[in-house]
Design a protein around this ligand. Structure first.
Ligand code: IVH
Length: 710
């Protein structure tokens, strides 16, 4: 039986030379073993990373078992990178499932003020009918806790006796997938909650997210590795959580923001919601924060429906500037006892509602397709659209990414297209409405020459993009200089794009160094340029020389594959550009997140004679930022001391830790001989005992605050 594309197609090659039968068998086994290792790795990648498996799970399991038995027979051939050697056998293709002790409900949605008010009124009616708690009046129904609605994946993290024991996805609400090892790699998830806890078990609920900048970086990397990119941070977070190879999960930087609890077991307490510890949603959030969980900073207590509306409006405006994606806001009744009165319908709580932001998609007509040349020479097709308002912003252009995307969409001039705007990224086209295609609409033919300098375009092996490789192409020069002055670069606001284009067109400016030699007089020769703008142009460049930081400078150079994140890493590791320019590839790859390709691109950049000349000129003009030193106070009572906080303090522990660090102290994570001070809050437990045993000096909160003032 032959299965198409399956491993079973592969047959052993017959050996021609005579060999003793045992030896021949051994050789066959070893070949098979190597083959299995590499095939299993390939299938892991197809399954987990590319979401595109070639074989069934049963077939995978058979191969896996075969490898295990061969490795048992030849233990000397077990290598560290074998698929059988991953931590905890995490290569198994299935995620186990487990039941939630308390159901994880979804939320109902509203989309307008009227719907929101209707929801509140229904809640009040229900409350008036059902409330039997004497301590609760109808006024309780006026105070709501407002949270951003985080667009990630809901998860539940379970701690028993302070230790993280399990993490689950929401799943269908009744049963979720076990994602414990993935969640353990999330850096802002505490592994232990300490010893002096009032509860024996707690289920922390919240959202697993990928920050927008980490999502961008991940997609860049996926492109580089020629792997599937993710459509949005939510999908990327989902794919990463379900990634069974925890090394990959750890690399991809997820974060967790807590917003609720499930079961809370307190010895002797009659209820399992932690009501005795946190009477309101606001107190619960503070409690989660003191336990060491990150919570969203934007949350707010609303006392009137007016407050609620303005929160929603404010968040819709803030949306693009926040580091994570949100798709609305969530309102929860602040009083947790009243939450219990309102209870749940079959689907969702009566005490919480999601107010979704308006859609960021709209249909419009594609008027033309133009092709832009970027600073690296890449040709990008751009959709010129009939202007359309999407969520308050008028959109008239969208990116079509590359020729392949254009073909996949089969988009043609005259088509009605669905446009999406997401954050501050360039809008893109999701689909074409074929029912509205005009008769005779023609396929777009991608240019074979650069639309600006008319030299032939090339496509590098394995790349989807066409490039203009003419280094004198003015489009590339212009884009490179625009990047240098843009927000992603040195943010030189006085130098407008229009003037850069003109200066390059007349041949006055060829590169970023030339910019610094342009005079007010020269600028005034351009039609439309006034005294003030010309002076501002020159002044803002002078200012940039003085204020540029090393991070911004590195990122302004537009080195291929070096974005803001990488620039930060580099600026932390090198004193100045000269030092970076002389770093070896080996040294570069030792840095976090810098792989061989990025290192190679950095080397190539600094190896170019032309770039060396430009950098030397910039230095001569006075643009040569140095690494900033972190200022550590030296003359405080706490400078150079080590410190640790334990027990319940009057404010979240992080606030105290921040104060201590700002005052020059270093935080330790456990009590040891090296600890100078243990600051002790209420209900301090084993840490205090240990400190007393070791003779470590203890401080009360007040004593600590007094020391800060010294
Ligand atoms: S509270 C009983 N708060 O929205 C309360 N949920 O549509 C239940 N979500 O699955 C949830 N941000 O993944 C809550 N600040 C927030 C949230 C939030 C996002 C998600 C959550 C849930 C979905 C419901």
């Amino acid at each position: 039986m032959k299965k198409q594309g399956s491993l079973f197609d592969i047959e052993y090659t017959e050996k021609k030379t005579e060999q003793p039968p045992e030896l021949a068998q051994e050789e066959k086994d070893k070949d098979r073993l190597e083959f299995l290792k590499s095939e299993l790795k390939r299938h892991n990648r197809l399954y987990h990373t590319l979401d595109n498996p070639e074989i069934s799970d049963q077939e995978y399991d058979m191969l896996y078992k075969e490898l295990v038995s061969l490795e048992e027979k030849y233990p000397e051939l077990v290598t560290k990178d074998s698929p059988t050697q991953k931590i905890g056998g995490e290569v198994l293709p299935f995620l186990e499932k487990a039941k939630h002790r308390q159901r994880m409900y979804g939320l109902d949605n509203v989309f307008s003020q009227a719907e929101y008010e209707d929801f509140i009124q229904k809640g009040k009616n229900y409350f008036a009918k059902e409330n039997t708690q004497k301590e609760l009046s109808l006024a309780t129904m006026d105070t709501w806790w407002a949270d951003p609605k985080l667009d990630g994946l809901a998860a539940e993290i379970i701690y028993e006796n302070g230790e993280l024991v399990q993490a689950l996805t929401r799943g269908d609400g009744e049963e979720g997938e076990v994602i414990t090892s993935a969640v353990k790699t999330i850096r802002n998830v505490p592994q232990h909650l300490g010893h002096d806890l009032p509860f024996t078990r707690i289920e922390i609920r919240g959202e697993v997210l990928m920050l927008k900048r980490d999502f961008e970086a991940l997609n860049q990397k996926q492109i580089l590795l020629k792997q599937k990119t993710f459509a949005n941070p939510r999908n990327a977070a989902a794919g990463t959580l379900r990634q069974l190879d925890t090394r990959i999960t750890a690399e991809r930087k997820l974060i967790f923001l807590a917003y609720n609890v499930g079961q809370v077991l307190i010895p002797g307490a009659g209820d399992e919601s932690g009501l005795t510890l946190w009477k309101t949603q606001q107190e619960l959030m503070q409690g989660l924060s003191s336990l060491g969980f990150a919570i969203s900073k934007e949350s707010l207590l609303c006392h009137t429906s007016g407050d609620a509306f303005s929160f929603c409006e404010k968040m819709e405006v803030l949306r693009d500037s926040l580091p994570y994606e949100l798709d609305g806001v969530v309102y929860k009744l602040n009083n947790r006892l009243a939450q219990q009165v309102l209870d749940f319908t079959a689907r969702s709580p009566r005490f919480a509602i999601a107010w979704k932001f308006s859609s960021r998609k709209a249909e419009t007509v594609l008027k033309a397709i133009t092709v832009q040349v970027g600073r690296t020479g890449v040709l990008t097709p751009v959709a010129e659209l009939e202007p359309v308002s999407i969520g308050g912003v008028v959109v008239s252009r969208a990116t079509l990414h590359n020729e392949e995307e254009l073909r996949n969409l089969d988009v043609r001039v005259g088509d009605t297209v669905l446009v999406q705007r997401a954050g501050d990224v360039i809008p893109d086209i999701l689909s074409v409405n074929l029912d509205k295609r005009p008769v005779g609409a023609e396929e777009f033919i991608f240019p074979t020459e650069c639309p600006v300098c008319h030299s032939k375009v090339v496509r590098c092996k394995g790349e989807v993009a066409w490039r203009c490789v003419n280094i004198d192409c003015s489009a590339q020069k212009i884009q490179g200089i625009i990047h240098f002055v843009s927000k992603a670069g040195l943010d030189i606001s006085g130098v407008g794009e229009k003037w850069i284009e003109k200066l390059v067109e007349i041949g006055r400016v060829q590169n970023i160094a030339d910019l610094f030699t342009v005079t007010v007089k020269e600028l005034l020769a351009f039609e439309g340029m006034g005294d003030i703008s010309a002076q501002k142009f020159v002044d803002s460049l002078t200012e940039a020389k003085e204020n540029a930081t090393l991070v911004r400078f590195i990122s302004s150079l537009g080195i291929r594959l070096v974005g803001e994140q990488t620039a930060k890493t580099l600026a932390g590791a090198f004193e100045n550009i000269d030092e970076l320019a002389h770093a070896t590839e080996d040294k570069l790859t030792l840095l976090q997140d810098i792989g061989p390709e990025v290192a190679n691109s950095i080397k190539q950049y600094f190896a170019s004679k032309e770039k060396q000349e430009i950098l030397a000129r910039l230095k001569e003009y006075g643009l040569n930022p140095q690494r900033e030193e972190k200022i550590i106070p030296v003359d405080t009572a706490l400078s150079g001391k080590t410190i640790l906080f334990t027990g319940t303090l009057s404010k979240p522990r992080q606030e105290f830790e921040k104060m201590a660090e700002e005052s020059g102290a270093r935080l330790l994570s456990a009590v040891s001989k090296n600890l100078d001070y243990l600051v002790v809050g209420e209900k301090a437990g084993s840490k205090l005992e240990k400190a007393q045993k070791l003779g470590v000096q203890t401080l009360t909160e007040q004593e600590f605050l007094a020391l800060l003032k010294k």
